[in-house]
Design a protein around this ligand. Structure first.
Ligand SMILES: [Zn+2]
Length: 142
């Protein structure tokens, strides 16, 4: 028997036991493996270490990642920043206040970005306000 950490397309992870890796692929193709949380059959094998940090963690568990990964990550972050800068209003340090006004419907809904400390971000999140933290690029090459 082999145990896999399995992940559905909604990001739920669960353990599945299979006779061998071929059985996993067969069952997955037939849609026999479904997520116990949402019933999704679009599943894939997740990394075996159950607590791999997906964003910034640099534990030994990530040793499989290739050398291209950091460059790809930087490109993704750069794209994300460009997108945000193009499509969102910059509100600077009034970000937490502005995010609240939008959330509570005091002003028209729009996408904003600005500065907020991690403490402010977690307070906003506690209030149920959707906040995404932009990762900072290690360095810019321009
Ligand atoms: Zn699921």
């Amino acid at each position: 028997m082999i145990v896999y950490q399995v992940k559905c397309s909604n990001g739920h992870e669960f353990e599945g036991w299979f006779r061998n890796s071929g059985v996993f692929d067969q069952q997955r193709k037939r849609g026999d493996i479904d997520c116990p949380l949402c019933g999704d059959t679009e599943v894939s094998k997740a990394p075996m270490a159950p607590h791999v940090a997906r964003s910034s963690g640099r534990s030994d568990a990530t040793h499989e990642s290739t050398k291209e990964a950091p460059a790809q990550a930087a490109a993704t972050i750069a794209q994300l920043r460009t997108y945000v800068e193009k499509h969102c209003d910059y509100v600077g340090e009034s970000f937490p206040a502005e995010a609240r006004r939008i959330h509570y419907g005091e002003v028209e809904k729009r996408s904003i970005y600005g500065e907020a400390s991690s403490k402010e971000v977690s307070r906003l999140t506690d209030e149920g306000i959707e906040v995404h933290q932009l990762p900072t690029l290690p360095r810019r090459n321009d």
